[in-house]
Ligand binder design. Structure first.
Ligand code: TTP
Ligand code: MG
Length: 242
């Protein structure tokens, strides 16, 4: 059995250290290697909190979070972060050049990995327009790039690593619908052995996902494919109609 690239939650509940109540309640699911799995739900329902338990930004209050079959608490920090390519909800760029922004945290990333990442993330078109290409200047906070360009560069940064599991926290909502679609197709074909966990706002982004989980108020209220959820989950139907 192939457990590389798997993620499992077993009855996970979570309360922030300074919080009054649980923001996640009895969450259980299983992500298989190479699958694309999506989490969708209204703002504040707990999506970011959920994926932050995989990266160990926080630890579950109860229950178990497993990566490749092992509890995330049993990994050395760099061992776990090597397995996971994480793109945060807010794209973070720092002053330097494009290449150093993509290299960030992984000095082993080779130039062909960077170029592949630029291509898949649909950054090629605007990187090529820069006079100095990969060496083009990035201002503090990436202010000389648009929101969607920053988002694509932060996707490229995650893809340039040799991770097994990619987590995209609402990464696609800053992109127009067409770029979103092209990028996801590129991910699907060029990264087909990687596991993708996608937090999304709109149905269009996740319509082809192998599994979709609908979150409401910290709980899973629906699970299935897009087609199944349209028939079984009122919350999903509402999102689809909005
Ligand atoms: P999130 O997990 O941030 O909710 P979300 O990611 O689903 O929302 P959005 O679509 O807007 O990104 O928050 C869930 C609850 O946890 C919410 O009540 C805010 C609270 N919270 C904290 O108390 N501390 C934190 O650091 C975060 C991130 C959230
Ligand atoms: Mg969030």
């Amino acid at each position: 059995t192939d457990i590389q690239g798997t993620v499992e939650f077993k009855n996970v509940s979570f309360r922030y250290p300074d919080g009054q109540s649980n923001v996640l309640q009895n969450i259980s699911f299983k992500v298989n290697k190479g699958e694309t799995v999506a989490f969708i739900g209204s703002t504040g329902c707990g999506k970011t909190s959920l994926v932050n338990l995989i990266t160990r930004f926080y630890d579950a209050t109860s229950g178990e979070v497993l990566v490749d079959g092992y509890n995330v608490r049993d990994y050395k920090k760099d061992e776990l972060s090597r397995k996971i390519g994480y793109v945060s909800q807010k794209a973070v760029l720092f002053s330097g050049d494009i290449q150093s922004n993509i290299n960030f945290g992984d000095n082993d990333a080779d130039i062909s990995a960077i170029e592949k990442a630029i291509s898949i993330s649909q950054s090629e078109e605007f990187v090529k327009l820069q006079k100095n290409g990969l060496e083009a200047h990035v201002a503090q906070g990436g202010q000389n790039f648009s929101g969607g360009q920053k988002q694509r560069l932060s996707i490229a940064r995650a893809l340039a690593r040799k991770a097994e599991i990619f987590i995209f926290d609402d990464t696609f909502s800053a992109l127009d619908y067409k770029t979103d679609k092209i990028l996801r197709n590129a991910l699907k074909t060029k990264m087909k052995d990687s596991t993708c966990i996608i937090v999304a706002q709109r149905i269009g982004t996740i319509i082809d996902a192998d599994q979709i989980f609908v979150i409401d108020n910290g709980e899973i209220v629906g699970h299935g494919t897009h087609k199944e959820l349209l028939n079984t989950c009122d919350t999903y139907k509402e999102i689809a109609q909005s």
